[in-house]
Design a protein around this ligand. Structure first.
Ligand code: N7H
Length: 485
């Protein structure tokens, strides 16, 4: 039987001037500041918001910025162009404080309604007490109520700090004579890592390779997982499984923020102490292989499903191949990629999508927009194998459902030792996500020659804060949040 060409779905009609830029395009950044605050004077805040809204960068704005960066690079100019991008998002507590009825956003989203401080118990974060009095072991700032966050991305601290000052003046926090309408809770600065580590997170792995590509928006996606309908990321569009949205809640997205500390020297020490014992590998190569098998990719970004025993930087640099894999099935159990490796846990591809399960995972996709924070490793930390300075990832992701997106990935996949189910008939549980899994931390399948061997894992990533937000459209900001006094 000859194969029929698969018809492409019709492009989605997205208003790129109405959607905040970080949602679909990611604000361009070398540095990014997160300014978390409480609203203390609602009437005043709403009137000051009118002056803030023109600063918000839309998707159309980001596309323009990206074009300017591309043109600048084409000229061979290695300097950075001055650039800044501002977005804003509100928590459920923020909407309540403002007197905004956000029932449309909470009705099918229990995580958003609960707030992340309480939901942290469900996510597996350490802490004391039970919901609704759970106290996670977080930074004190995140134990306070947070009503909203302003994200400011840019080319340099100078540009971003200047914009933050301008914003503070609008809301009366700087000596401008304006009365304050907000109170700062905390400000966190993230920075892309320097030099050749740019684009790599603190454990050293290239990040940001695989993100959902959106039908009708990403017109030339690289080969990989199926494109998602716009409604997976943008409310009110095809693929949004939430309720029918009122006007103000269309063209928005839920933003999950997590303040994740990474124990980098301890991670490196662990790899050093547990090299994969494959014949022919030096201990260093065995340690590198273990790291790759925990993540599912080599540090270069090359997926181990395609190159299981050697890094392949050429493959990593090839957009046609770097994300074009489905995970090998049960027959090659654990030979290629451990079932519990981070990228297999968080996007199990053929494990769920192919027969016999045929489960669609489109609604579980998230758009990740993180940035690193904290300094590079010091000599002392490298020598001692112990963290002395806080560093990690300001994890941020967007989707039209936290319940199907971030929370599902964390609770039902990462924290579940029996997921993905591919190895079930072998009787060997895959174990937890070795990076973000919370609970009885262990993984199987790191040794390709002994798939049942179990490796207990220390904690490599420690959550120290976070909140769930909703990033409204420009129309929502202008007509409902700012105007309705
Ligand atoms: Fe993960 N890491 O450095 O090892 N992540 N992640 N993540 N993550 C990915 O494919 C990392 C975290 C996802 O589409 C890569 O783009 C670190 C959370 C998803 O194939 C690397 C932290 C959640 C994917 C890392 C962290 C996820 C993904 C490979 C925390 C959600 C894409 C790069 C400090 C609950 C899967 C790439 C796909 C990829 C790392 C956190 C989810 C290198 C260090 C909390 C969906």
């Amino acid at each position: 039987m000859s194969q029929q060409p698969i018809p492409l779905p019709a492009p989605t009609d997205l208003d790129l001037n109405n959607i905040q830029g970080d949602i679909l395009s990611g604000l361009p950044k070398k540095t990014q500041t997160y300014f978390f605050f409480q609203i203390t004077d609602v009437t005043l805040f709403r009137s000051q918001l009118v002056k803030f809204i023109p600063l918000v960068k839309t998707v159309a704005g980001v596309l323009k910025d990206r074009k300017a960066i591309e043109d600048h690079k084409k000229k061979g100019d290695k300097t950075l162009i001055t650039m800044v991008g501002v977005n804003i998002a509100f928590s459920h507590k923020g909407f309540v404080a403002m007197g905004i009825d956000d029932a449309n956003l909470t009705s099918t989203e229990p995580n958003f309604e609960l707030g992340q401080r309480q939901d942290a118990k469900n996510l597996g974060d350490k802490g004391t007490g039970d919901i609704p009095n759970f106290v996670p072991e977080w930074e004190p700032a995140f134990l306070q109520d947070i009503h909203a966050v302003i994200l400011i991305s840019g080319d340099s601290h100078r540009t971003v700090d200047k914009k933050l000052q301008e914003i503070k003046e609008i809301f009366g926090l700087a000596p401008s004579g304006n009365k304050p309408s907000i109170k700062e809770v905390t400000t966190i600065v993230g920075d892309v890592r320097p030099g050749k580590e740019s684009g790599h997170e603190h454990f050293g792995f290239l990040d940001g390779i695989s993100n959902p590509s959106v039908i009708g928006f990403d017109t030339s996606p690289i080969p990989g997982p199926k494109q998602v309908p716009a409604g997976v990321l943008v409310t009110g569009h095809d693929g949004d499984v939430g309720p029918t949205r009122p006007d103000w809640a269309v063209d928005g997205s839920y933003l999950t923020f997590r303040y994740l500390f990474q124990n980098v020297p301890e991670f490196n020490q662990f790899l050093k102490e547990n090299p994969v014992p494959l014949p022919g590998l030096t201990p260093e190569e065995g340690s590198e292989l273990l790291g790759a098998r925990l993540v599912g990719r080599w540090k270069s970004g090359a997926p181990i499903d395609l190159t299981p025993f050697n890094d392949d930087p050429e493959l990593a640099d090839d957009p046609q191949r770097v994300n074009n894999f489905r995970f090998q099935a049960e027959a090659t159990f654990a030979k290629m990629c451990p079932f519990a490796s981070h990228i297999r846990k968080t996007l199990p591809r053929a494990d769920l999508e192919d027969p016999p399960l045929n489960i669609s995972i489109q609604k579980n996709r998230i758009a990740r927009r993180g940035v690193q924070f904290g300094p590079e490793l010091t000599k002392e930390e490298k020598q001692s194998g112990k963290t002395a300075h806080g560093r990690g990832l300001l994890f941020a992701c967007y989707s039209t459902s936290i319940k199907n997106g971030f929370a599902f990935l964390q609770e039902t996949w990462a924290n579940n030792a029996n997921f993905p189910p591919g190895g079930a008939s072998t009787g060997i549980a895959p174990g937890l996500d070795p990076l973000i899994g919370q609970g009885n931390r262990m993984i199987t399948g790191t040794d390709p020659n002994d798939p049942s061997s179990t490796l207990p894992l220390p904690e490599f990533i420690v959550p120290r804060g976070g909140e769930y937000f909703f990033s409204p459209s420009l129309k929502g900001l202008t007509e409902t949040l700012a105007a309705a006094a």
